[in-house]
Each structure stands twice: as structure tokens, then as C-alpha cells.
Design a protein around this ligand. Sequence first.
Ligand SMILES: [Zn+2]
Ligand SMILES: [Zn+2]
Length: 449
Amino acid sequence: MPAPVETELYDVLGVPPSASEGDIKKAYRQKAREQHPDKNPNDPEASAKFQELGAAYEILSDPQSRGIYDERGLGGLSGAGGPSGGMDAADVFAQFFGGGAGFGGGPGGFGFDFDFGPGGPRRKRDDVIPYEVTLEDLYNGKSVKLNMEKNATCGTCQGSGGKKGAKPKPCAKCEGKGWTYTQTQISHARIATARAKCSDCNGEKEKIREKDRCKRCKGEKTVKEKTRQEIFIEKGMSDRQRIVLAGAADEEPGQPAGDVVFVLKQKPHLVFERSGADLLTTVTITLSEALLGFSRIMLTHLDGRGIKVTSPPMKVIKPNHTIVLRGEGMPTYKRPDHKGDLYVGLEIEMPDESWARSVDKAALRPLLPPKREDVSPLPAIVDEVDYEEADIEEVRERSFPAGANFFDGVFGQFGDGADDEEEEDWEDEEEDDHNFGFHPAGEPECRPQ
Ligand SMILES: [Zn+2]
Ligand SMILES: [Zn+2]
């Protein structure tokens, strides 16, 4: 199979383009469960994401529409050439990604061009551009200057494309209809006949004779116009938030110019994970710090500040201990002085064998808590077995090739012998963990500039 021209739909489901039908179905079910709007009441985009997911599945679960998508992308599924089932789904995508295409000179412009054919709805065309930002950008705010190029209505002919007084003539190729028939092979056995916009007159039914064309735009009606735009990444903006430059997209004569919409895409951060207004990170402390306490600069924040923390006197820090640094989370959008919290998981680094060899164990023993006794009551039969190190991850993969959730449930049994009550707590934690970082609670919104 040649590489697909687009992978957006696969990305939505989180599967590679080589995924089997079963993989796609499985991924969809899992994602649908996680992303159901009822489960994400704090995510204002939950229902949009859920719909997007459904649309992606609708296209990829049908071998025929999937084949067309792989070969020609979403564009191949739109219009009359696609299978009847594909149209709605492709249309849903049109809403999410805007109908625009061909953003000139922009950074990685993309968009799906939906041709509704003659008589179809003509909508304002927005250019939707994903824009990658770092967590530092979203914490500190940033202004970005961009050189952009757009099609602007030609001022010389006022968008008529012709010299003064020139009258257009009906297009010869489409005989003034604006469209022609095209045939599309959708499988080796089926050929679809579709109406497509006439390529000669661009669907406008008429053309201006060569000699009557406007000198400046050469009959194109629009000219390339370079503009310098500035967008502001404001403190506290969220992943997927949209920044709208109203009317900055290509102009077409007789139509309002669309907007250029930047959709922020937050790059994963090496140190911090974001969950709405809160941040999460892990810091490693030594055994000595866990037992005797610490007072030190633990981390460098997103604005470069050192963050110093002192543990309370007599505090013994246990494994999986988490602390919260109030007001050290992300700034709130539009209220940057109001910040969320920073959660710090403390990981205790145990000393290694070279340390163990270097210390006087006899001197250390009385300083440490006493060793454990045998299990009680004492079993009647006792076997002596060998001590051998193992990799629990590997055991789980080998023994339970089921879903990841299943392994998580098993972990309790392999782990510290948690009783039922503890296991239930653990389940809840997993739920929280899961939401951490994936569903920002901030409010993405459209904002004209
Ligand atoms: Zn012109
Ligand atoms: Zn024509």
C-alpha cells in the first residue's frame, strides 16, 4: 500500500495508517469511552472532539471510503464522487478544520478544500492553521510577527477581471453551465460520475476574452498582497485555543474575506505536564532527604525562576508522596495574576550497592528501624527458594495480552498486596491521572483581533 496522502483521521483515532480494521474499531471504542462529553464536563470542546472522533471512525471503518481517503485524502471523499456514507463525515471535518485551503506563504498552511459544486452553499472561507507553541509560550505569553500573503481583490478592475467596459462571454468548455462531468474510479469495479466545477471558467460560467483582461491581475480578479500580521499568544491560553485574525484570509470578489484562524497546538514539555490551570512534575530526592528533610532549589520554573522548597521539620517523605506548590501553576487566561497550582511528585532515589559497600553496616543497623520478623502465624511447611530479579513489565506483557487497563488492574496483585479497599482507591487515582494533562479546563474561545 502506498503511503496515504493525509493521516489526520488516523491521528484522531491514535492509530497508524497501517492499522487493521480491528485496531481501528478498538481504538474508536476506547477513545469514545474516554472522550464522551458526559465524562468530560469541564472540557468545553468535549462534544466537538467527540463528533470529530465519530466522523473519523465513520470514514476509516468503511473499507471503500478508507481506500479513497488513503489515496486522495479528505478532498477525495467530498462532493458527489464519494460514497454516500462518506459525505456527512467529510462535512463534519469541514466544519472543524474550516473549508479553506491554499493559504499563501503561511507557516505550514493546511485545510481541506470542499467543493460543493454549482448551486452548493458558498460560505466564507476561513484558513485554519495549526500553530505549535511551547508550554513556556503559554506561561509567559508571546507576540509573534508573521509575514503572510493573501489574495486581495484587484483594485484596478475592482475584481471584474476585465478592462473597463469589457463584457465576459459564456465559457466554451462547459457551455455556460459552470460545470462538467468527470468520472472517478472509486474501486476497480466501480466508476462514479460526478459533476465538477469547470476548470476553464472556474465555475463562473463565463470568461473574459484574453485581450479584454485586466492588465494588473491578468483576469484573475485578485492579486497577491503581502501583509505583516501579529498574533498574541496570551498567558494561560490552552491547547487547541483559536486565535482569529478576522478578514485576513483570501478575498474573493463578491464575498466577504474569511478569517485566518490559528489553532494552538501545545508541544509536549520535558519537565511539566499541564492540566488546565495546574502543572504536574516529578522531582527526585535522596533517601537522606526523605528521612532528614530538605531545603533547596528543587526546580527551574517556566519563566526561569528557581523554586526553593523546605520540607517541614520531622517530616518523613514516603514513596509516591506528592506536594502542591500553591499559585505556581499556569496563569489563568485573561487573569494572568491568578495562577493554578504546581503538583510535585517526590521520587525517592535509593542509594546503590557502592554506597552499601562503603558504609559500616554494623554502625548503620541500630540507626535504622528494625527488620521484619517471619510471617505470622508461622506456616507448618517452609521451603527455601532462590532470590532472582525480574522485570514485572515483561511478565505482564507475556501473560496478559489484553487491554492496558487490564494490566493496571493486575498490578495491584503483583504489587504490594493491596486489599480490596485500597484497590478501589487506586482505581479512582487512575481516573484522575488519566484526566491529568489531557483535558485542559481552561476556556478556549474565539477572539477577534
Ligand atoms: Zn484586475
Ligand atoms: Zn466553463
